[in-house]
Write a protein that binds this ligand. Structure first.
Ligand SMILES: *[C@@H]1O[C@H](CO)[C@@H](O)[C@H](O)[C@H]1NC(C)=O
Ligand SMILES: *[C@@H]1O[C@H](CO)[C@@H](O)[C@H](O)[C@H]1NC(C)=O
Ligand SMILES: *[C@@H]1O[C@H](CO)[C@@H](O)[C@H](O)[C@H]1NC(C)=O
Ligand SMILES: *[C@@H]1O[C@H](CO)[C@@H](O)[C@H](O)[C@H]1NC(C)=O
Ligand SMILES: *[C@@H]1O[C@H](CO)[C@@H](O)[C@H](O)[C@H]1NC(C)=O
Ligand SMILES: *[C@@H]1O[C@H](CO)[C@@H](O)[C@H](O)[C@H]1NC(C)=O
Ligand SMILES: *[C@@H]1O[C@H](CO)[C@@H](O)[C@H](O)[C@H]1NC(C)=O
Length: 361
């Protein structure tokens, strides 16, 4: 039960998927796991109040930080009542779609696991987990859940080969993605001339290391044989990662990540100093260059003996004004980058540098 699919739901969801657009976006195949070992909370408890706080924080449609669909929340001070939650939206969901999904997942999870201290819910577009223990940074590939199409592939050999290759590529791609998001989706032709494709996606919670993400996806991929071997579609759910494939296109373009790739690796503690030093060097160089340029132009102008002194000053003033503007723009751009990185560093992604360090060194 732990490693395999805890629920083998036999239905042809390829056909039922058709209904999804008409069910107001809610996932009719919402999966959940209400953990019984950690026990139940009582209706009037602090635990319940903390859980409601988590839910209301996740349900705020104006969550200020989109964080590319990843949320790490913690509410409560005492060890007995503290709740840690992780929410992860699929990499092709924008902030609004992500919020909608989390809202639906909360509603479903409240119904499925009304008193459980610990639970996981898997919606088509997002995963939501909460527990009275640390879950952030922990790779967990059980308990899991699995949904299958129940329909056999018509070219099983080609299908398996193409799917295996595609999932390996995507798992590697997702795991190697940065600490902002670990998501990959793509398709593959079964074979030349067959005019059949298999579409797949893989995703881990982004705070995991590359190794942990790979391990989770490898385990998920291994679950195919026991859940949906040679079938045309499957969703494999794990706490730390999800995997899905279909014979039809089921994902959209990934939400773009910021174009300057995630901040380079830095050692703990002096990462900010390194960034600051880089910015100072860049700004100083630019300022120095502009001063030198201004002086060079002035000398050049004076040598050309421009008729009136006033004209020279005007030219100088223009150059000064321009160099000031360029300075400002340079600093603004640099500072923006810096404060963005810094914001990520202090907010929901405080431990990101740590994780990056452990990935690369
Ligand atoms: C919950 O606590 C309030 C007072 O804090 C009380 O009025 C209410 O009866 C309690 N409900 C339950 C189910 O214990
Ligand atoms: C989320 O918030 C909306 C209003 O902002 C509310 O209508 C909805 O019931 C809330 N959902 C949950 C699960 O709390
Ligand atoms: C916990 O609550 C569920 C209902 O949500 C109930 O079925 C179960 O027996 C409870 N477990 C314990 C240990 O009280
Ligand atoms: C799919 O193939 C298996 C054998 O590989 C067979 O037992 C099963 O009945 C088939 N299912 C359908 C829906 O055709
Ligand atoms: C997987 O990647 C290899 C190279 O890394 C490439 O040759 C192959 O075509 C890829 N397969 C798929 C299905 O994307
Ligand atoms: C999808 O796979 C093809 C073939 O392997 C590759 O050329 C393309 O760049 C991939 N697209 C993405 C978004 O990874
Ligand atoms: C994530 O939440 C945990 C509490 O579960 C907290 O210790 C950690 O600092 C948080 N990480 C970030 C980056 O916010």
């Amino acid at each position: 039960m732990a490693m395999g699919c805890s629920k083998l739901l036999l239905f042809t969801y390829l056909g039922l998927q058709f209904l999804v657009p008409f069910t107001l976006g809610a996932d009719p195949f919402f999966q959940s796991n209400c953990r019984s070992e950690p026990g139940n909370f009582t209706a009037n408890s602090t635990y319940k109040a903390n859980l409601d706080t988590i839910f209301s924080q996740l349900n705020r449609t104006s969550l200020t930080d989109f964080n590319f669909g990843f949320y790490n929340l913690s509410v409560g001070e005492s060890t007995d009542d503290q709740i840690n939650a992780i929410a992860l939206c699929r990499g092709d969901r924008n902030q609004e779609q992500c919020n909608t999904c989390l809202n639906e997942a909360i509603t479903d999870l409240k119904q499925r696991c009304p008193l459980n201290k610990e639970a996981i819910g898997w919606h088509e577009f997002c995963t939501l987990r909460y527990a009275n223990r640390v879950i952030y940074g922990e790779m967990e590939n059980s308990p899991g859940s699995c949904l299958r199409s129940g329909e056999n592939a018509s070219n099983p050999d080609q299908f398996n080969l193409a799917l295996d290759n595609l999932l390996s590529n995507l798992s590697g791609q997702a795991a190697a993605s940065g600490s902002l998001r670990k998501y990959a989706a793509n398709s593959s032709e079964l074979a030349a001339g067959l005019f059949q494709n298999v579409y797949a996606m893989t995703q881990c919670t982004p705070e995991l290391s590359q190794e942990d993400c790979s391990a989770c996806l490898t385990a998920a991929k291994g679950g195919i044989s026991s859940c949906c071997f040679q079938e045309t579609g499957c969703r494999i759910y794990r706490p730390s990662c999800v995997l899905r494939f279909e014979t039809n296109l089921f994902y959209q373009n990934a939400v773009p990540l910021p174009s300057p790739a995630p901040p380079p690796t830095s050692t703990d503690g002096n990462g900010g100093n390194n960034t600051t030093a880089t910015i100072i060097i860049v700004v100083a160089s630019v300022v120095g260059f502009l001063i030198a340029l201004t002086i060079a132009i002035c000398i050049f102008m004076r040598k050309r003996k421009i008729t009136t002194r006033q004209r020279v000053e005007t030219v100088e003033d223009n150059i000064k004004a321009e160099s000031l503007q360029m300075d400002f723009a340079t600093v603004r751009v640099a500072t923006n980058n810096f404060s963005d990185a810094n914001k990520l560093g202090q907010g929901g992604f405080g431990a990101v540098y740590k994780i990056e360090t452990s990935v690369h060194g």
